[in-house]
Design a protein around this ligand. Structure first.
Ligand SMILES: *[C@@H]1O[C@H](CO)[C@@H](O)[C@H](O)[C@H]1NC(C)=O
Ligand SMILES: *[C@@H]1O[C@H](CO)[C@@H](O)[C@H](O)[C@H]1NC(C)=O
Ligand SMILES: *[C@@H]1O[C@H](CO)[C@@H](O)[C@H](O)[C@H]1NC(C)=O
Length: 979
């Protein structure tokens, strides 16, 4: 949900807002560009870009930036290399001191921090505003990182005394000491080696640049009279007074779009370049509506000319193929090349810009190779960057997850289909839509209410005339084990008598202005204040509001949607809070801007946990940061019912996934506008494979519940949604893997074929979880065929008709409107529940079907994770975890327990001990090898019995299919079946 040009009465808003709303009604890109900053209109970005340009103009050996390590200060002890960086600054007689640390962590990552010494001390700096915290903001890691940050004492120095005398410090670290970090004090370069090769280099181009605290200097004066020079030259000498990379006096305030940012701490930007030698492909740093493989950003054909920006903003009707900032920010980037992956995490919550270039670098007289150079520029905070050396993509995700946590295992209903619209207008409306699903035999789990359910956009209230008995409505939904999600945002209506506001205001729990008053701005309810969830007292207050007895009309099947938490402020700079507003701890909003939205979701999650401690919470958020994956789901915000938004959804989902945020989806159908039936069909077919699967529509869009378009469309949409429900056991298993290894649910080609460099740029197809299903949704109008790329030489089968495909490269497939192009990769076993039920919870005791696609050697394997799907009992061992293997050696399919040996709890098994495997489908079996025709032998509990089979022989390019019906084996048992 976001904004409307009509619904919010223009009359009540100021003329500025009226103008603003007009922009929204006409999505003029130019207007949007004026509303949001560019690097040129952001002084600290422009200045650091110029610094980079100046560096690239001279030979590396003659580039002399003002930073150097003082070698006499460097020490290494117990996994920690530290020392002092000296910065030569104009106006300062002695160099400004910065302290750096390289911390070698047990998880195999290295943390590099740089902080400004004078701001770390307790004594007040002359001129520093005494009502702000003096230290640079250093808590991005505190919010993002949950992993152990204590140094790994087994890391060891590997430099010789001679090398150290020469200013070279080397440390071996990581698993089996296979990684090495090398700091060169002379250049301040830090290289990270694996297998004798540098994979990541910090400060390679020597663009490290950190502003230091100083009182506002007098504006640079033109040269004195007497030296008669042209006006041009005197301007040149005026800027020469401030060396490249240093801020001039104009940076002590900022005026953008008619807003004044007082910048009481002056400029405090932090910048560093990071090179990935030999890597051409970078991924991650969501959120951008762009290709999965990140583009260059310094112009040229097909490139951007703006850096990728991370600054959480409410960018309604966002542009596609753009590096512009969006709703969320994860400053994690992965580089991948043939069989090698590395990652970096830039722990900073301020406005951040990232330039990417991919120059060819000469290796020697004969060879050049491409490298990727990145330049990270943030407005404030300390320098805090983590380096992960892989070596595989999976190990990078694991290392990043070991820092920032893994995707929380969602309740299984959250993986079902969600039906949303701005708005379902009344209880009757909700219950009619609910009944519509049953009438058309379409499963769904959750119906959603957008802002209109409230009284005057006051959260924790109901619009009584439309929702007189919300409890009864929720109880009706609960009969089919369905849920209700309502929206609750961080803006709280400023209204006398509205207790949620009054108490928050009285106790000073809202974000404050730079003068220490409550900050007020405009949002949906009109004038509002924003709860400051960085404040633990505000979190307690927030939790209190959700208590079952206090939140009137709420039942135990009510869950929450947190929107507008960037935060979105209609009359604020860049549609957000002014950067000089103040949060708990006397930190400015600029320091925590990208983190704020996550703290708000965290408070909501804590509130749901407090009200129902046994239940897993479900909260959807629009704004996010590194670590938000621990809290719930995210969607890609306000897209439009146009083909290009369907196209860009998948690259966006892939980007989220590699950046640790597996539980992500795009609004199916497109939020703004009205999809054609073809677009809607294709969107459901793609959406059925999004980790988060929700249909949503704008208040001005026509109704589009999945049965409203008649046949054949109702069947097409029903088929897509039912397929999702069939695959839930496997999807849930993929989420389980994400929850302890960080493996994305929707997977890019390189996860299956890491050595295939040709496939690195492919972002219109993906592997779905553990299933081996290679899905290529149709995302172009009128298209009824496609070319699907096989990234390896494994055998693939058409999922629906078993046609065999093999050979690296593109293969042609028909894709009429009713068909989703899906190939099943040989070697995988997926688990389905094929019976239609009205919701996922009603399926929890249904029998299972195993679908086995044999690899080219005749084997396959797969895992199944199951638990009660709703409670936290799984965290105490109440789950089932099984391994299925079909071995070509003896043609036996086996089911084995995979619970860790120390785990004795089988409490969950008891609740499902009657759940059967009702069908086994084997694709690609050499039927000549069947032991007895028409029968297989099943074994469980030392008993054996014959089971009948059906065989469809291979023919006409299609693989054979062997179906075993009701082999009478249980999902909880160890058994085997002889073919
Ligand atoms: C506001 O504070 C009063 C008095 O402490 C309390 O009784 C009431 O429940 C609070 N209301 C809310 C909405 O927190
Ligand atoms: C903080 O200090 C600035 C000047 O340094 C002043 O303008 C502002 O009003 C002060 N705010 C508070 C809450 O005292
Ligand atoms: C939420 O915030 C609390 C308090 O800062 C923190 O302890 C907790 O780990 C956070 N929860 C998650 C899931 O990140």
């Amino acid at each position: 949900m976001a904004r409307s040009s009509i619904r919010v009465g223009l009359l009540v808003l100021s003329s500025y807002i009226a103008l603003f709303m007009l922009f929204q009604a006409t999505p003029a890109l130019a207007a949007k560009k004026n509303l949001f900053k560019t690097c040129e209109s952001t002084p600290f970005c422009r200045r650091n870009r110029e610094f980079a340009d100046a560096a690239s103009c001279v030979s590396p050996s003659s580039w002399a930036p003002p930073y150097a390590v003082d070698p006499s200060t460097v020490s290494f002890e117990s996994g920690l290399l530290q020392g002092t960086i000296l910065k030569t600054a104009p106006n300062s007689e002695t160099p400004v001191e910065f302290l750096f640390q390289l911390v070698f962590l047990e998880s195999g990552s290295v943390r590099f921090t740089v902080d400004e010494k004078q701001r770390m001390q307790a004594t007040a700096l002359p001129g520093f505003p005494d009502n702000l915290t003096q230290r640079r903001y250093n808590e991005a890691s505190k919010w993002a990182v949950v992993g152990d940050l204590t140094p790994d004492t087994s890391a060891s120095e590997s430099s010789t005394a001679e090398e150290q005398a020469d200013g070279l410090y080397k440390v071996k670290y990581g698993p089996e000491k296979q990684f090495e970090a090398v700091l060169d004090c002379k250049t301040l370069r830090i290289e990270f080696f694996r297998d004798g090769e540098a994979h990541v280099v910090l400060n390679d181009r020597r663009l490290l640049n950190m502003d230091h605290w100083q009182e506002k200097p007098a504006p640079a004066q033109p040269k004195e009279e007497g030296v008669e020079e042209g006006a041009e030259e005197s301007e040149a000498s005026a800027s020469a007074a401030v060396p490249k990379g240093f801020p001039d006096a104009s940076e002590w305030t900022d005026n953008f779009g008619g807003f004044t940012d007082k910048k009481p701490k002056g400029p405090e930007a932090v910048a560093l370049d990071i090179t990935f030698p030999g890597y051409e492909h970078l991924f991650g740093i969501p959120e951008h509506a762009d290709k999965f493989s990140l583009r260059e950003t310094r112009g040229g054909e097909g490139n951007h000319d703006q850096p990728y920006r991370l600054y959480n903003v409410d960018i309604f009707e966002y542009e596609v193929n753009s590096p512009m900032a969006m709703y969320g920010a994860i400053p994690f980037m992965q580089a991948h090349r043939k069989s090698s992956s590395v990652g970096v995490f830039w722990a900073n919550g301020a406005d951040t810009w990232i330039d990417i270039t991919k120059p060819e670098v000469a290796e020697n007289a004969f060879n050049a190779r491409r490298s990727t150079e990145t330049h990270w520029i943030s407005e404030s905070g300390i320098l805090d960057v983590y380096v992960m050396l892989g070596p595989s993509a999976g190990s990078v995700y694991k290392q990043y997850g070991a820092l920032t946590g893994y995707t929380a295992l969602p309740p299984i209903y959250a993986l079902g289909y969600h039906q949303c619209r701005w708005n379902y207008n009344s209880e009757d409306d909700v219950l009619e839509v609910d009944a519509g699903f049953d009438e058309h035999e379409i499963p769904y789990d959750v119906i959603w209410l957008d802002i209109e359910y409230t009284e005057g956009k006051k959260y924790f209230t109901w619009w009584k005339s439309m929702f007189p008995t919300p409890e009864k409505m929720m109880q009706t939904l609960a009969k089919r084990k369905r849920k209700l999600v309502t929206i609750i945002d961080p803006h709280i209506k400023k209204e006398t008598g509205y207790k949620v506001y009054e108490n928050m205001s009285k106790n000073e729990l809202a974000i404050k202005t730079s003068d220490g008053k409550e900050y007020n701005g405009w949002c949906w309810p009109g004038e509002s204040a924003w709860i400051d969830t960085l404040n633990p007292k505000a979190v307690d207050y927030w939790k209190d509001q959700f208590k079952l007895g206090k939140f009137c009309g709420s039942e135990s099947n009510l869950l929450i949607w947190n929107d507008m938490n960037e935060p979105s402020v209609f009359n604020g700079p860049e549609v957000s809070a002014p950067r000089d507003t103040i949060h708990f701890g006397n930190f400015e909003h600029r320091d925590v801007h990208n983190i704020y939205g996550m703290t708000f979701v965290n408070a909501t999650v804590q509130a749901l946990q407090a009200r129902q401690p046994r239940q897993r919470p479900f909260v959807l958020t629009r704004s996010f940061y590194s670590g938000s994956q621990r809290l719930g789901a995210v969607w890609t915000g306000d897209n439009a019912a146009k083909w290009e938004y369907l196209q860009v959804a998948l690259p966006m989902i892939l980007s989220h996934g590699v950046a640790g945020f597996g539980f992500v989806g795009a609004d199916v159908g497109g939020f703004f506008g009205n999809p054609t039936t073809e677009l809607l069909t294709r969107w459901y077919q793609a959406g059925a494979f999004y980790p988060f699967f929700r249909g949503h529509a704008h208040i001005e869009s026509k109704r589009r519940e999945p049965w409203l378009f008649g046949e054949p469309y109702t069947s097409y949409l029903r088929n897509a949604i039912r397929m999702r429900y069939q695959l839930l056991p496997s999807l849930y298993t993929a989420f389980h893997r994400a929850s302890f290894e960080g493996m994305p649910v929707v997977r890019p080609m390189f996860l299956m074929a890491p050595e295939n460099e040709e496939a690195l740029g492919i972002d219109d197809q993906f592997f779905f979880g553990e299933t081996g299903l290679l899905v290529k949704p149709i995302v172009e109008e009128g298209k009824v065929e496609t070319d699907i790329y096989l990234p390896d030489s494994q055998v693939y089968y058409d999922y629906f008709d078993q046609t065999v495909y093999q050979g690296v490269g593109y293969h042609h497939m028909d894709a009429p409107l009713e068909k989703i192009p899906i190939l099943a990769r040989g070697g995988h076993i997926l688990v389905r529940r094929d019976r239609y039920r009205r919701s996922s919870s009603l399926m929890s005791h249904d029998p299972l079907t195993l679908v086995i696609h044999l690899d080219k050697d005749g084997s396959a394997a797969g895992v199944l994770y199951m638990d009660d799907g709703e409670t936290t009992a799984f965290s105490r061992g109440a789950y089932l975890y099984r391994f299925f293997m079909f071995s070509a050696e003896d043609n036996i399919l086996r089911s084995r327990n995979m619970l860790p040996p120390n785990q004795i709890s089988k409490s969950y098994d008891k609740t499902i001990d009657a759940v059967r495997i009702e069908r086994i489908v084997v694709v690609g079996f050499d039927t000549a090898q069947l032991k007895k025709s028409g029968v297989v032998e099943s074994f469980q509990d030392r008993k054996s019995w014959p089971t009948e089979i059906e065989v469809t022989e291979a023919a006409g390019g299609k693989a054979s299919v062997v179906v075993v019906r009701d082999p009478k084996v249980l999902v909880t048992g160890d058994w085997s079946i002889q073919f």
